[in-house]
Design a protein around this ligand. Structure first.
Ligand code: C2O
Ligand code: CU
Ligand code: CU
Length: 498
């Protein structure tokens, strides 16, 4: 008999009841997560909530949840009992109203990652704090000319961001395209990772895990372990992939299939581009077109070397060896695509061109500034004291985050050139709220076409130049490293557009 899915169990009120793992706890401790059973179920789409008559109103309840992950019962945290939370579908011009209810034991709040909306008051305000047991009513007015694309939401309370995302709190926001892309099927694929102890509780992060940026023991797609996707040959699927991992980079490969990149983070490319792999830093999204060919293939996250602490930690590297070079180990299989059977009926219409991507190169630059991201010995006590604690500082322009200090002031409406520099031996994917960034100088990347991202990776000991148009909104918000442990340790600054 096929085991019931997590949602079927939830529907029956049975989630968590008597779900002892068939393999027993012994398996759990083997070093590879591949032995964690229960993989291969059919992919489930998160529930979808769609805006009607210009508005979408919903309640998002962040609460502890007992869910089945693979063949184990896990005590996680989830929005509305679902991991990922519901997918929110809106259109440019819509208003999104979210009552965020905090049933966690820690303060939290909500951030709409990538949306170009006001950061003020009850908009996308990262300074809001919703205490345990409290709630807050957000309202996001999405501009008429908002770029279509795949965005996401997650908590953003400084000091708790990595813990709450690692626990399962995230969901997708789709801003629909005014010219729909003809596809046979669209799928949302939220990739996340987490670590559980043998009792199915979330593992505590180690001090070294925080310094490096934690990578979970198991990698999930829509909360499932290596789910199976079924298609016929000759179909055109659209995959909207979100990297919701707190720190893990995903170098995605799907051998044997024709994969084209439709867009990244913000908007779409003028036309889809053939790709053999695509790298997503934490927080990045990719919209892919997969033209299916008969066969069984895996979507794989190949190892990414995002730097190491070698030479920086001195004597600390000894006992903690092996933890200091994350992401550089083995490829991880994320899902199986099983293409068989009769080719799908009739060819689809071609994908319409997209001509809405701006190019800021050539615009007058009102100001240039450098943001220096650094790590040093000393500073914050990671791990809260005791033997395993480490002293390490995470800074922007020499300072750790202070919500009451204003770090950067920009003129509303201006275009600025920012140099993001990284003096540390690890990569830092840098994210700015509200305003996307156009990458204009980045080592060997081909930048003939405008490249817009809201998370820009700045590799170890290098720098990247971006242009930002501070359009449409005034107010105070933040920029930070999207390795969320680094953000929680202080690698974040405040910015106000006035
Ligand atoms: Cu996805 Cu400030 O974050
Ligand atoms: Cu964000
Ligand atoms: Cu970082």
């Amino acid at each position: 008999m096929r085991p019931l899915t997590r949602r079927q169990l939830l529907a029956l009120g049975l989630a968590g009841a008597g779900m002892t793992a068939a393999g027993g706890a012994g398996l759990w401790w083997s070093s590879t997560w591949g032995t964690f059973g229960g993989a291969g179920e059919d992919l489930i789409q998160p529930p979808v909530l769609t805006a009607r008559d210009g508005a979408l109103e919903l309640t998002l309840k962040a609460a502890p949840a007992r869910l089945r992950i693979g063949n184990r019962t896990a005590n996680v945290q989830a929005f509305n009992g679902s991991l990922p939370g519901p997918t929110l579908r809106v259109r440019p011009g819509d208003t999104l109203r979210v009552r965020m209810v905090n049933q966690l034991e820690a303060p939290t709040n909500l951030h709409v990652h990538g949306l170009h909306v006001s950061p003020q008051a009850n908009g996308d305000n990262p300074f809001v704090s919703i205490t345990a047991g409290g709630s807050f009513d957000y309202e996001y007015r999405i501009p008429e000319d908002h770029p279509a694309g795949t965005y996401w939401y997650h908590p953003h309370h400084h000091g708790h961001v990595a813990d709450q995302i690692a626990a399962g709190l995230y969901g997708t926001i789709l801003v629909e395209d005014p010219d729909p892309v003809p596809v046979t099927r669209e799928r949302v694929l939220v990739v996340s990772d987490l670590s559980l102890d043998p009792d199915g509780n979330l593992s505590d992060v180690t001090p070294m895990g925080q310094i490096m940026g934690r990578e979970g023991q198991i990698v999930l797609v829509n909360g499932q372990l290596r789910p199976r996707l079924v298609a016929s040959a000759g179909e055109r699927e659209r995959w909207r992939i979100v990297n919701a991992c707190p720190s893990r980079f995903l170098r995605l490969q799907l051998e044997g299939q024709t994969v084209r990149l439709l867009g990244r983070d913000v908007g779409r490319l003028p036309e889809p581009m053939d790709v053999t792999e695509i790298e997503l830093a934490p927080g990045n999204r990719a919209d892919l077109i997969v033209e299916t060919r008969e066969g069984i293939t895996q979507l794989v996250a190949a190892p990414v070397d995002r730097g190491s602490m070698a030479g920086m930690m001195g004597p600390m590297t000894g006992p903690l060896m092996g933890e200091d070079r994350p992401g550089a180990e083995e490829p991880v299989e994320l899902l199986t695509l099983d293409v068989s059977g009769d080719p799908a009926a009739g060819p689809l219409a071609p994908i319409p061109e997209w001509d809405r991507l701006r190019d800021l190169r050539g615009d007058p630059i009102a100001a240039r500034r450098t943001l220096a991201f650094a790590m040093g010995m000393g500073g914050v006590m990671v791990g809260g004291g005791g033997d395993s604690a480490a002293m390490m500082s995470f800074t922007v322009n020499g300072r750790t985050f202070d919500p009451d200090r204003l770090d950067e002031t920009v003129a509303a409406g201006a275009v600025e050139e920012w140099t993001l520099s990284n003096s540390s031996p690890m990569d830092h994917p840098i994210h700015l709220h509200v305003w996307p960034m156009q990458v204009v100088e980045d080592g060997d990347r081909d930048l003939t076409e405008p490249l817009w991202l809201d998370v820009v990776n700045v590799p170890a000991r290098s720098q990247v130049k971006v242009l930002v148009a501070f359009d449409d909104f005034r107010g105070r918000t933040v920029f930070h490293c999207h390795i969320l442990d680094h953000e929680d340790l202080g690698m974040m600054g405040t910015i106000e557009a006035r």
